[in-house]
Design a protein around this ligand. Structure first.
Ligand code: SAH
Ligand code: SF4
Ligand code: F3S
Length: 463
């Protein structure tokens, strides 16, 4: 059972410590890296102080993401000073963006981009204190489809499956197409196999990941597989396996995907649909290739087919040339849609992107901050209102573990991805439990179990 986290290796095993920054795809990439390194004789350690190899899997999406990693590199340098022979590797998007610029720090031995993880054993074999190693070649084919990720989660309930890599869009603010290369889809049979293995190993939820899952397309000898078809294939693994996916692109999310979701109870009622801005002028400049009206039509379609479907989004405040009116358009779109949750950011210029080359980053930092704060305040109100509407309702929740705040309570998520906490009644991670919501905060549904007996047990008794 390779995809179970290894606890110990041989006495002579080398130890690797991995820190992961950025998106869910990076979390999954770290699991691919661990699989490759495990085959090369490494075991995972949680303790940086005993690691032979320290890896940071990095993110370049905003400047502050990179600044955090530069801070960590200084910590890694201390480890190298204290324990000669320790190797430091910077992998992922920042490695791809900065390339040998990372070696100038003198604290980095290995630089590997997102498509070169298979070469890590060779880089490790070749590295010496005087000759750091780098591979930042991007690929048109690499999907790591044949590699079984070694899961690093602790609960054994919920896992990520990358279904594609790269991105073919050119949103003008975004660094991802430069760090991750062109879009390529993974063989659906390898995706299905991974989902089946996870289910057999006790996992009860998979999240299918891609920068734009709606453009997933596999062309094989037996014909084409699009995202709606893939979603249905994974949903059929078992009714007891929940399926999530992220990220949907408003320009590409199809009616077929919406109807497929509606056709399967185990495809979670949640769509992450990043809008970025409510202003058509900004959307055009961002090269998102949809309008506010198009976005609102997609939302209406989703809600007409699945009235209970949760909607979440990403918003950027203070993009190039954004006027007060553009900002007000974003707030009014938020009022119209009433997202259940949002990730909200200030625009951060990324070197080399279209926006950096073409448009001055001219919204003053204090205006960006003020606008972001207004967006956050409005979203907090909407999140609270969305949760208040759930008070008194019952939900089927997948238990993920023991609440951090109260060891007598469990936590889990609803189909709409809301976190519920409730007193434990003999249930454990991986169980499906029916809960009733008693009260809420803007982040959590405070609940109680309404089925004393585990739903899965009842279901099994009926068979
Ligand atoms: N592929 C996804 C999102 C990828 S990045 C999509 O198309 O929506 C996640 C989020 O980071 C983006 O949705 C965007 O809101 C934000 N983001 C990307 N580049 C940014 C930048 N330069 N400054 C601020 N936020 C950015
Ligand atoms: Fe970036 Fe746009 Fe691709 Fe998302 S779709 S990763 S925002 S370029
Ligand atoms: Fe960051 Fe790269 Fe993901 S830039 S958001 S880690 S694709």
């Amino acid at each position: 059972m390779k995809n179970i986290r290894p606890l110990t290796g041989n006495a002579d095993s080398k130890k690797v410590y991995i820190e992961t920054y950025g998106c869910q795809m990076n979390v999954n990439d770290s699991e691919v890296i661990l699989s490759i390194l495990q085959d090369d004789g490494y075991v995972l350690t949680d303790n940086m102080g005993e690691a032979d190899l320290i890896l940071a899997n990095t993110c370049s999406i905003r400047d502050n993401a990179e600044q955090r990693v530069w801070g960590r590199i200084e910590q890694f340098r201390l480890q190298k000073n204290r324990r000669p022979g320790v190797l430091v590797g910077i992998v992922g998007c920042m490695a791809e963006r900065l390339k040998d610029g990372l070696l100038d720090s003198g604290a980095v031995d290995i630089v590997a981009g997102p498509d070169s993880y298979r070469s890590l054993p060779e880089l490790l074999a070749a590295v010496t204190p005087d000759s750091p190693q780098m591979n930042v070649t991007l690929s048109h084919e690499e999907t790591y489809g044949d590699i079984t990720p070694v899961r690093m989660d602790r609960n054994g309930v919920s896992a990520y499956i990358s279904i594609m890599r790269g991105c073919n869009n050119v949103c003008s603010y975004c660094i991802v197409p430069y760090t991750r290369g062109v879009e390529r889809s993974r063989d659906p049979q390898t995706i299905l196999r991974e989902a089946e293995e996870l289910f057999a190993n006790g996992y009860r939820e998979v999240s299918l990941l891609g920068q734009n899952v709606d453009s997933y397309l596999w062309k094989g000898p037996e014909g084409q597989t699009d995202f709606a078809t893939l979603l249905a294939m994974v949903a059929q693994v078992s009714p007891e396996l929940r399926v999530r996916f992220s990220t949907s692109h408003p320009k590409d999310i199809s009616d077929e995907v919406i109807y497929t979701m509606a056709g399967y109870d185990n495809i979670c009622r949640h769509i992450h649909l990043p809008v970025q801005s409510g202003s058509n002028a900004m959307l055009e400049k961002m090269r998102r290739k949809y309008t506010r009206e198009w976005y609102l039509e997609r939302v209406e379609k989703i809600r007409s087919v699945m009235p209970d479907c949760a909607l979440t989004t990403d918003i950027i405040a203070g993009f190039c040339g954004e006027t007060r009116q553009d900002h007000l358009d974003t707030l009014s779109l938020m009022e119209e849609v009433r997202f259940d949750y949002a990730f909200m950011f200030q625009y951060s210029e990324r070197p080399g992107t279209l926006a950096a080359r073409k448009y001055p980053d001219d919204v003053p930092p204090e205006v960006k901050t003020a606008r972001l704060n207004e967006i956050i305040a409005l979203q907090n109100r909407h999140s609270l209102e969305s949760n208040e509407k759930d008070v008194g309702k019952t939900f089927r929740v997948l238990v993920e573990g023991v609440s951090k705040r109260n060891p007598g309570e469990l936590y889990g998520r609803t189909s709409g991805n809301k976190v519920c906490v409730f007193p434990a009644q003999g249930h454990k991670a991986g169980d499906f439990v029916e809960v009733k919501v008693l009260s809420c905060t803007s982040a959590t549904l405070i609940s109680e179990c309404v089925s004393g007996q585990k739903i899965v047990d009842l279901w099994q008794q009926e068979q």
